[in-house]
Design a protein around this ligand. Structure first.
Ligand SMILES: Cc1cc2nc3c(=O)[nH]c(=O)nc-3n(C[C@H](O)[C@H](O)[C@H](O)COP(=O)(O)O)c2cc1C
Length: 248
């Protein structure tokens, strides 16, 4: 495939790929006083709304949180709920490394919620077999669309998935009047960052693609996976290592 201006859509594939590669989970700290306009947030939410979902069930809902007190409360709650995670890691693995609240100063938090009752949209067998995976895939698609749109607008984002843990999500439900029926999925902080996040590695394409049938020679061994986890995954890396300074 060549990168041509004359694709039927007028969108240059290489440009889109470059943007996808540039998107980072930004843990290097958001700029405190940066403004993100209503129009920009609406653009992000329109991107989420356009996401594909199983059965077109559209399980997602979003809470846009700008209020400083509430954002600080949520950031404090995040820190507080890390205690048992850290304790477990220390006790079992001997070390603990978790993401800091680099997003404390993000001017906007988008809380992604899901309504599992939307599995009513599925054929009966699908509802039995795949209601859970379709639910989460839909929410993941909406979240990624927010992130990619943000990247195209020069905004930084991050995943905060801890908010789905039982304690954190119950507290959020209480603080934000979220109905019992809904599930808390991710918080996506949105804003501008001062320092670019260090790019994370990706496995080489040829190691993950098989042609016509599965090439057993490419099946990753347990040893390989242990080495990968120890050296290349987020377990092994400093969460907050920043790259080049991009602002400020
Ligand atoms: C389902 C999911 C959950 C994640 N949860 C968190 C999280 O709670 N905190 C965090 O800092 N990053 C989280 N991440 C971000 C990943 O660590 C990140 O995508 C991965 O290391 C690759 O880095 P990149 O996003 O900068 O390319 C999550 C990503 C996904 C897809």
């Amino acid at each position: 495939m060549t990168d041509s201006q004359s694709t039927p859509t007028g969108i240059r594939p290489q440009q889109l790929l470059d943007m996808m590669r540039r998107r980072r989970s930004s843990r290097t700290g958001f700029l405190e006083d940066s403004n993100v306009s209503e129009a920009e947030i609406t653009q992000l939410l329109e991107a989420a709304r356009a996401a594909p979902s199983g059965g077109n069930a559209q399980p997602w809902e979003f809470i846009v949180i700008r209020d400083t007190d509430m954002r600080m409360k949520i950031a404090d709650l995040y820190k507080h709920q890390l205690r048992d995670k850290l304790e477990l890691e220390k006790a079992i693995r001997g070390t603990s490394s978790v993401s800091g609240v680099g997003w404390r100063n993000a001017p906007v938090l988008i809380l992604v919620l899901g309504d599992p009752r939307t599995s009513l949209c599925f054929p009966l067998r699908t509802a039995e077999d795949k209601a859970d995976s379709h639910f989460f895939t839909g929410l993941a698609n909406a979240t990624l669309q927010i992130m990619l749109m943000a990247e195209s607008m020069g905004l930084s984002t991050q995943y905060v998935s801890d908010c789905a843990s039982p304690y954190f999500s119950l507290m959020l439900k209480h603080m934000l009047d979220i109905p019992q029926e809904l599930r808390v999925y991710h918080i996506v902080p949105v804003g501008y960052t001062e320092v670019a996040a260090t790019p994370k590695s990706r496995r080489p394409l040829e190691s993950m693609v098989h042609y016509e049938r599965y090439d057993a020679a490419k099946l990753r061994s347990r040893d390989y996976l242990e080495k990968f986890a120890a050296e290349d995954s987020i377990q092994a890396k400093d969460y907050d290592r920043g790259g080049e300074r991009i602002r400020g």
